[in-house]
Write a protein that binds this ligand. Structure first.
Ligand code: ADP
Ligand code: TRP
Length: 359
């Protein structure tokens, strides 16, 4: 790994198989960046713990994600691939950084409010600010069956530490992670200014100059996500994937030329823009504008174009997933490298904060 290259860090939680949201929001960029940057990609198993997964599932999912990283084209000769919990320095710096993080700013984080609502069994009707007091009261008053765990609250601290401990400059993530990155920059700035140091660079999201990606679901709702249950997975076989696409929600079709596009149909176009050739997208958009569009044809084309991306990855996943020796070697070597950098930053941070030995 070349020391003069800018450092890139990103991770995905080990909560299930990877889907097209992960692919276009994150993984595709991981692969594209590995030649030009000092890339470090990890599996966020500690973050996965914040939602208290079944231990065997968590364990299996770490292997799923690393296999899918490799199958998608991350090359361990070029990039460092590691498991978050293999770097205990992260947990130590997380404790230290929390001393400079406000409970209030964590409670105002959108992802926290969503997950707290879920943990309390409240309706998830997007974050009206007047709700904040109510949520806060419910969190404080919740009985132990419905508690909101402190790990959920401090999720952004842990994510900031993942990034700062590697002194990363660029963090390729999807749009949903931008608030976490904003907090990371704020924590870095605060630490640097409190201790009069320049230890931590302020990282930015990176998508090759384009805006961050948000891949929609095909059920007419917002984003594609594991907890939304609307994912097209990289591991889906041809039949399953075609079926999911053909079942995508649409509407009755345009009745007049140049009609506005409804959300479910816009979602199909958005996915198509990510997967299909520009002229294909244009043809279907023109067909929509002059009312000749047939959604069945659009879905068939979309399924083909998605499969052209996912099937080769699926094949490599199936090839790789039984090669425990190879996967083990990748993670051991990656873990060692990640730890080496992390230990150095942790040493510096402790020294700066006054945790110094005189004995
Ligand atoms: P999920 O949301 O399915 O639980 P993660 O939160 O682990 O997945 O996300 C891992 C990465 O994938 C992050 O960089 C995130 O921004 C990206 N990502 C997840 N879903 C989407 C989506 N629908 N559109 C764009 N990026 C996404
Ligand atoms: N919070 C990210 C997600 O849900 C995963 C993550 C944890 C991450 N630590 C990170 C992403 C550090 C980028 C950098 O997708």
């Amino acid at each position: 790994m070349d020391n003069n290259k800018e450092i890139v860090l990103s991770g995905i939680r080990s909560t299930g198989n990877l889907h097209l949201g992960n692919y276009f929001g994150a993984l595709r960029n991981f692969v594209k960046m590995q030649d030009d940057y000092d890339c470090r990609f990890f599996i966020a198993d500690l973050h996965a713990l914040t939602t208290n997964p079944d231990p065997d599932e968590l364990h299996a999912n770490v292997k799923n994600i690393v296999t899918e990283y490799l199958a998608a084209g991350i090359d361990p000769e070029k990039a460092t691939i590691f498991v978050q919990s293999d770097v205990p320095e992260i947990s130590e710096l997380y404790l230290l950084l929390n001393m400079h993080v406000g409970i209030g700013e964590l409670m105002r984080t959108t992802s926290f409010k969503d997950k707290a609502r879920k943990a309390l069994g409240l309706k998830n009707d997007n974050t009206a600010d007047e709700d904040d007091d109510k949520i806060e009261q419910q969190i404080i008053g919740a009985d132990s069956n419905k508690r909101v765990n402190a790990g959920l609250l401090t999720y952004p601290t842990l994510m900031a530490v993942d990034i700062l401990i590697q002194k990363a400059h660029k963090v390729p993530v999807g749009k949903d992670q931008e608030q976490h990155l904003e907090l990371t920059r704020r924590f870095a700035r605060r630490f640097n200014s409190f201790y009069h140091t320049d230890l931590f660079p302020e990282p930015t999201n990176y998508n090759f100059g384009a805006a961050a990606v948000k891949v929609p679901g095909l059920d007419g709702s917002g984003k594609m996500g594991k907890s939304e249950g609307n994912c097209l997975y990289l591991i889906d076989d041809e039949k399953v994937l075609r079926k999911k696409v053909m079942r995508a929600m649409t509407d009755e079709g345009p009745k007049e030329p140049n009609s506005p596009v409804s959300l479910p149909v816009q979602n199909l176009f958005t996915l198509m823009e990510l997967t299909s050739k520009p002229e294909v997208v244009r043809n279907f958009k023109d067909a929509y504008a002059n009312c000749s569009i047939r959604y069945g044809d659009l879905k068939k084309q979309l399924a083909e174009d998605i499969l052209a991306i996912t099937l080769p990855i699926r094949e490599r996943i199936l090839e790789l997933r039984n090669d425990d020796a190879y996967i083990g070697r990748v993670l051991r070597e990656g873990g060692e490298r990640a730890r080496y950098y992390a230990a150095q930053t942790l040493r510096e941070a402790k020294e700066i904060m006054g945790i110094r030995k005189f004995y």
